[in-house]
Ligand binder design. Structure first.
Ligand SMILES: [Zn+2]
Ligand SMILES: [Zn+2]
Length: 1014
């Protein structure tokens, strides 16, 4: 006997019970341990930061991370899975700053770095319990008890080792370069971080500025009136940093006259700038403008700002104050004729091209903006944040007649991906990893990786590698892996430290405190003696990019090479599988790939599923501000984790953007989970009545056509699901299962109902049980990686309760193997035709307005080939039964269509049609009434709460027509058999009977049912 199953499923409750079963029996641990010695399958967990609540998008990535290893474990692989937590970096610092009400680095310094970092350490696990609870609740099986944690000394030490490897290969350098800088966070961002934060449609000023040509410098240009070089910018705040204007040497420029002044600009831009009508005084070449001197818009010396000049490379020399300062026009090959005026404003402190040009041409360098993005000096707009200074700069220029035109432009602009402050491009000292030196290896390694979806490989990720730039990996921050570089106070030389022993072995080591904490400020206090000059060496102030931490996880999680020295050879490296959202192509996917290539010259993951983002039901991005964030636990408590998992796997392919709403999860529950549940509850209910006990999973020796068909479909399903999961495509696999369950429920079980219902326990009934049982047990195993709870529920009841020698959980079972000899393609094709003809016939009935319970004489089916005619012969009994007709005939499609003239209703499809006769003879009418009576009695049995197997006595009262049906041997016998009525008694007792009266056609009938006792 199976445990009885209610027809109403409470999935969240069932799931809670199964969670405790798994815990009691340590099923996850067992599922890993029992495969020891088998080939490994390695998942790398991309570590989340546990300093905020997990969201619905975390559920998405976590269930996709879960499904593949579950499948591989059932396929026989050894699949330990290690959890990880990302604990360093700006995200953590920003949360703590918010808590403390800080707005920048000065307040942190004042508060104390030790105290601040202690707060960071506490805050990183603020939501750990929530993360663990959710992880467990959605059945993401991963070892949460022994996670890797990026802030632990061992983890940091491996990071140091990795940096030292790169240092020794000459791949780490300090550059004075223009970097994208977040003024709010006070630190540089790497280019992959910049890529995370572009916003479209940002409004900025678009302004045309007049630079006065110096009178002394007119050369042979017409200079009888004041002359101005016209340049364009969208960042007015950079104008005080202007130290040159650039022109294209070969392009044509014009001098036009406007309001008694001369304006100089490129001919190609005259029209676009709105000067098409202005009279041209002269046409010249760009090279004629070269070296022309002009007056600075803002002489830095008048505003208390230092002026420096490039000497050779990156070095800058301070310059004397100069009241009559002029700058000059230079030629550059970067000058575009697509926008602006063809004369480019150059501020070497604020742009990469500007900076490089400054170095080349020995330009001046003026940088009146501090690291918070505030203008320094004594300008009218000093003390303002740069973006707020923009209008004031323009006002000042307008007052002096130097603003030609001012508009707004909408364009794409980068913002800080963490704090959303606009990024500013600054010349700063930054530590780099020379990833460009291994660009070819990065590209070659990518060729070995399987990307799902495939287009990411040479699209988003491949492009990123093709356009590789060095990794700016230092951060002027506090809570992170300290950059293990020490500098000599006296001779300035650097040394990189590769681990704790390396550090402790330095001559003159001091400031080392036990227990050792490899964070700031403690490592900052450690000094040793310079091996070159004997002076003191101190650590540089920077920490490193937290993406370096997470990207180093393949080695750092195992404290390699200090422990686990065989890591690279023993199967734990590289990973077989990783999975995260699409934005990680420039985040974790890249940092993993870069570090692995730099250290080992090979990729560290073989297969990667790249997930699309989740939007709300209207296609809007979810955000707290909009109030459209979905709380995962709310959905799970209502529908269960399986419903959510199934929705994520099957609703859209992994890489697609998906819209999320509770309504869709509800729909999934109805469409799939409940359909499966109903089949399961049907089997259990009837099997218990008939005391069916499976002795093994062998298929029945005498299968019917229908049985052979569903077994064929089942074996085909195993092949399909296995190959889709093997190809990292859970969506296709899930959709195949969904299709199968639909056919199992709406064709196999429907067409087999009678076989289960009939009273004799013959071979046909046994075959039906054996077949349906086999289907459900196999489904439980196929579903185990998708919906682990429902799969377990089915397996526990159908297998464990009756076959004690089986594995004690479906997750300890082997994945099903198809018996391809049972796949009969012809039979499956024929059955598909049967379903098609049935649905056409039902459509014809409904068009004629005749219920299916009313038997009809003839159904004509239009066939177009001998093949179809044969198929119909084979499946005819099923279609007749389904359509409730006495006979099916075939004819050509045209002839069937012509039946419309002879009182038939015809419904057509592209290659077939179906016709039913509308006229109903008396005997069929009576049979129809008998069926209606059966239907009413069934409903009454159910409302009276009788068990399916209870026998009853049926009472009735009606006219002669009704009495005739009840007393008819065949019809009465049929009613008795279908409703388990021992007797049909005329006259309804007043008491002890549930009664209902009905009008069936033109006749009334009063029915009563009573359970037969004993
Ligand atoms: Zn920021
Ligand atoms: Zn030294």
């Amino acid at each position: 006997m199976f445990r009885p199953v209610s027809s109403k499923a409470n999935f969240p409750q069932i799931e809670e019970n199964i969670l405790s079963l798994w815990k009691d029996k340590s099923v996850f641990e067992q599922s890993v341990d029992r495969r020891q010695g088998a080939p490994r399958f390695v998942l790398y967990e991309g570590p989340p930061t546990a300093n905020g609540s997990p969201g619905i998008h975390h559920v998405l990535s976590r269930v996709f991370k879960d499904i593949i290893p579950r499948y591989k474990a059932m396929k026989g692989y050894y699949t330990p899975r290690i959890a990880g937590w990302d604990t360093h970096g700006l995200p953590v610092e920003l949360e703590v700053e918010k808590e403390l009400g800080f707005s920048g680095k000065a307040q942190i310094e004042e508060y104390g770095v030790a105290r601040f970092n202690e707060r960071c350490r506490e805050s990183v696990f603020g939501y750990l319990k929530e993360w663990e609870a959710l992880t467990e609740r959605i059945a993401f099986w991963i070892d949460l008890k022994h996670p890797y944690i990026t802030m632990e000394n061992n983890y940091i030490e491996t990071g140091w080792w990795a940096i030292k490897q790169m240092w020794d290969k000459g791949l780490v350098y300090q550059g004075y370069k223009v970097t994208p800088h977040c003024p709010r966070c006070g630190t540089s961002l790497s280019s992959h971080e910049v890529a995370l934060g572009y916003q479209d449609d940002v409004e900025d000023p678009s302004v045309y500025i007049k630079f006065r040509v110096s009178e002394k410098s007119s050369g042979n240009l017409p200079m009888d009136k004041p002359a101005y070089l016209l340049a364009w910018t969208t960042t007015p705040w950079t104008l005080p940093g202007n130290t040159a204007l650039a022109v294209a040497a070969d392009a044509e420029y014009v001098i036009v006259e406007v309001e008694n002044e001369y304006l100089i600009l490129a001919s190609a831009r005259q029209e676009a700038v709105g000067l098409g009508e202005a009279p041209v005084v002269a046409k010249i070449k760009g090279s004629d403008l070269q070296d022309l001197a002009y007056e600075p818009l803002f002489n830095p010396h008048s505003f208390g700002v230092e002026r420096q000049r490039f000497q050779g490379n990156s070095e800058l020399q301070p310059q004397e104050a100069d009241k009559k300062l002029t700058y000059r026009v230079i030629a550059g090959d970067f000058v575009s004729m697509e926008d602006g005026t063809g004369i480019v404003h150059m501020a070497p402190a604020y742009g990469e091209v500007d900076y490089e040009t400054g170095k080349d041409k020995g330009l001046d360098f003026v940088h009146p903006v501090d690291l918070q993005g505030v203008i320094t000096g004594t300008y009218p707009f000093s003390g303002k944040f740069v973006k707020d200074a923009d209008p004031l700069v323009l006002k000042d220029l307008a007052e002096r007649g130097l603003l030609f035109r001012s508009e707004k432009v909408r364009h794409t602009y980068p913002f800080c991906w963490r704090c959303e402050a606009p990024l500013l491009y600054y010349a700063k000292q930054t530590w780099y990893i020379r990833t460009t030196a291994v660009k070819e290896s990065l590209i070659a390694g990518n060729a070995e990786i399987n990307w799902y979806p495939e287009h990411i490989k040479y699209g988003r990720f491949g492009d990123w590698l093709e356009n590789n730039v060095d990794w700016a990996f230092s951060r002027e921050r506090y809570w992170g892996t300290p950059l293990p570089v020490w500098q000599c106070e006296s001779c300035g030389s650097y040394e990189c430290i590769g681990g704790v022993e390396d550090l402790k072995g330095r001559v003159g080591i001091a400031g080392l405190k036990e227990p050792l904490d490899l964070h700031r400020p403690f490592v900052d206090e450690i000094t040793f003696t310079c091996s070159r000059c004997g002076a003191k060496m101190r650590r540089v102030p920077e920490v490193i990019d937290c993406w370096f931490d997470s990207g180093a996880m393949p080695v750092a999680q195992h404290h390699y090479p200090f422990e686990n020295g065989s890591l690279l050879e023993d199967g734990r490296f590289p990973a077989d599988y990783i999975c995260e959202a699409l934005d990680q192509t420039r985040g974790w996917f890249y940092s993993l790939h870069a570090i692995s290539t730099l250290l080992f010259e090979r990729p560290c993951f073989k297969n990667v599923i790249c997930l699309g983002h989740i939007l709300d039901a209207e296609g809007e991005k979810m955000s707290k501000a909009k109030g459209n964030v979905v709380e995962p636990m709310v959905v799970i408590n209502k529908y269960g984790a399986d419903a959510l998992r199934w929705y994520f796997f099957t609703a859209a392919p992994a890489g697609n953007v998906r819209r999320f709403s509770e309504a869709i999860v509800a729909d999934v529950t109805r469409r799939f989970l409940l359909t499966l549940w109903n089949v399961y509850s049907f089997l259990v209910t009837y099997a218990n009545i008939d005391r069916f006990t499976p002795s093994s999973e062998e298929v029945s020796p005498e299968p019917s056509e229908l049985d052979r068909w569903i077994i064929s479909e089942l074996n085909q399903l195993i092949v399909d699901v296995d190959s889709a999961l093997d190809g990292y495509n859970p969506t296709e696999a899930g959709r195949k299962i969904e299709g199968f369950v639909d056919e199992l429920s709406n064709w196999y079980v429907r067409r087999s109902r009678r076989r289960f219902w009939k009273s004799e326990n013959d071979a046909d009934k046994l075959s039906a049980y054996t077949t349906l049982y086999h289907c459900l047990v196999t489904l439980s195993k196929l579903l185990a990686p998708f919906t682990p709870f429902l799969a377990e529920e089915l397996y526990q009841n159908l297998v464990c309760s009756v076959l004690p020698e089986s594995p004690e959980s479906v997750h300890l079972a082997d994945f099903p193997v198809a018996d391809e000899s049972k796949i009969d393609q012809r039979l499956m094709d024929d059955m598909r035709l049967a379903m098609r003809w049935s649905s056409l016939g039902r459509a014809a009935r409904s068009k004629a307005g005749i219920r299916v319970r009313q038997p009809l004489q003839t159904n004509y089916v239009g066939v177009s080939s001998k093949r179809e005619k044969e198929a119909l012969e084979r499946v005819k009994p099923l279609v007749m039964d389904e359509l409730n007709v006495k006979e099916i005939r075939t004819d050509s499609i045209n002839k069937v269509a012509a039946l419309e003239q002879k009182g038939y209703v015809v419904v057509s499809e592209a290659t077939t049609n179906s016709a039913i006769q509308v006229f109903i003879p008396d005997d069929l009418k009576k049979e129809g009434t008998a069926r209606e009576i059966v239907h009413r009695l069934q409903t009454m049995r159910r409302s009276a709460g009788f068990d399916i197997a209870d026998h009853i006595i049926t009472y009735y009262q009606g006219d002669n027509y009704m009495k005739g049906i009840m007393e008819d041997r065949d019809l009465g016998g049929y009613i008795k058999q279908e409703t388990l009525s021992r007797q049909l008694v005329e006259g309804v007792p007043q008491e002890g009977v549930s009664t209902e009266s009905y009008k069936l056609g033109d006749h009334d009938i009063l029915l009563g049912v009573k359970k037969e006792v004993g």
